[in-house]
Design a protein around this ligand. Structure first.
Ligand SMILES: NC(=O)C1=CN([C@@H]2O[C@H](COP(=O)(O)OP(=O)(O)OC[C@H]3O[C@@H](n4cnc5c(N)ncnc54)[C@H](O)[C@@H]3O)[C@@H](O)[C@H]2O)C=CC1
Ligand SMILES: O=C(CO)COP(=O)(O)O
Length: 298
């Protein structure tokens, strides 16, 4: 039993599910901006004093959250967010690098709807970190119903986790337009190739894209209305306004902002990312039927 203290920061859907899981083996604290009626809820200062932190706040908020709140005191960090910063195109590990040494940080990835984790249903996840020691330390906190794997491919896991959200939007659009299962499977398969190509450009290990972090999470998210990103796609196919969709959703759909980052990065680095580019354009008003025509043509 690990006697070190651990806290989850961010009490959204994923933060609460991870807190439930990590609280099985030993006491796990949780904190958020507003006080919540959750077991072991503490204020931010108490959470930041813990030895291990699991940070589950939306990707676009991380830089400002770190600047405003974080003081490094040797804590070991597990990042649970999946996204790329839209304003800069920086990956989360690049943002965290200014605040935490690389050997103190890991990224959790893989197929994991919070709604299932919080019920204790089984799943398999990857802890991605350059430090095998850090993996072993975090692994000990996870309950029996979560199988953890080790990978040192931080950038691969990060890109896969972020990119699949954009592809889930595309898949939701496909479903919403009633294009059929053939089209959807083709889109998801080509999406997997696309995100692997993108990842390879930034030094990711190609094999990460066919494992839990890539195909695993993509197949989950791009095939289920449990995914917020998928539901954004369904709404876009019905010609709903993005603002309206996001208000109705009431939770984060990282693929929306991540599509901006991918569009900018692929342009800057000359990477072929046709599906993500069409998602970006649909979000910005292009008719999804025109996008379909352009995807089939090019
Ligand atoms: N929900 C899921 O099944 C999974 C979510 N994730 C990822 O986890 C991250 C969080 O997602 P969810 O918890 O599901 O979203 P959510 O929308 O349910 O909750 C987000 C939480 O972040 C907090 N937050 C927002 N801005 C903040 C700020 N500036 N400072 C502090 N806290 C802030 C909100 O108060 C809220 O509690 C996302 O990157 C998501 O992609 C990853 C795996 C599974
Ligand atoms: O990342 C997730 C599951 O692994 C959750 O996906 P959504 O954010 O689309 O719901």
């Amino acid at each position: 039993m690990n006697q070190k203290s651990i806290a989850v920061i961010g009490a959204g859907k994923w933060g609460q599910a991870l807190h439930f899981a990590l609280n099985q083996r030993q006491k796990c604290f949780i904190t958020s901006r507003t006080k919540r009626d959750i077991e072991n809820f503490v204020d931010l200062k108490t959470a930041l004093d813990c030895d291990y932190l699991v940070i589950a706040i939306p990707a676009q908020e991380i830089r400002s959250w770190l600047k405003e709140n974080f003081v490094f005191k040797g804590q070991k960090i597990l990042v649970a967010s999946k996204g790329i910063e839209a304003t800069t195109g920086e990956f989360l590990n690049e943002i965290y690098a200014s605040f935490v040494p690389d050997e103190n940080i890991g990224f959790i990835s893989g197929p994991s709807f919070a709604a299932e984790v919080i019920k204790g249903l089984p799943c398999a996840l990857v802890i991605n970190t350059i430090s095998k020691k850090l993996y072993v330390e975090f692994e000990m906190f996870f309950p029996d119903f979560i199988k953890t794997y080790y990978s040192d491919d931080v950038i691969g896991a990060e890109i896969a986790g972020a990119y699949k959200n954009v592809l889930a939007i595309a898949s939701g659009i496909c479903e919403g337009l009633n294009l059929g299962k053939n089209a959807q499977a083709s889109l998801i398969a080509r999406g997997l190739v696309e995100m692997q190509r993108f990842g390879k450009h930034f030094g990711a290990d190609e094999s990460s894209f066919i494992g839990l972090s890539g195909a695993g999470d993509l197949f989950l998210t791009a095939n289920s209305t449990m995914s917020r990103n998928y539901r954004v796609g369904l709404g876009l196919a019905q010609n709903k306004k993005l603002d309206e969709i996001l208000i109705e959703l009431g939770e984060v759909a990282e693929g929306v902002k991540t599509s901006i980052a991918i569009k900018d990065l692929s342009k800057e680095h000359n990477i072929y990312t046709p599906i993500a580019n069409e998602v970006y354009q649909i979000i910005n008003g292009k008719n999804p039927k025109d996008s379909l025509r352009d995807l089939l043509k090019n």
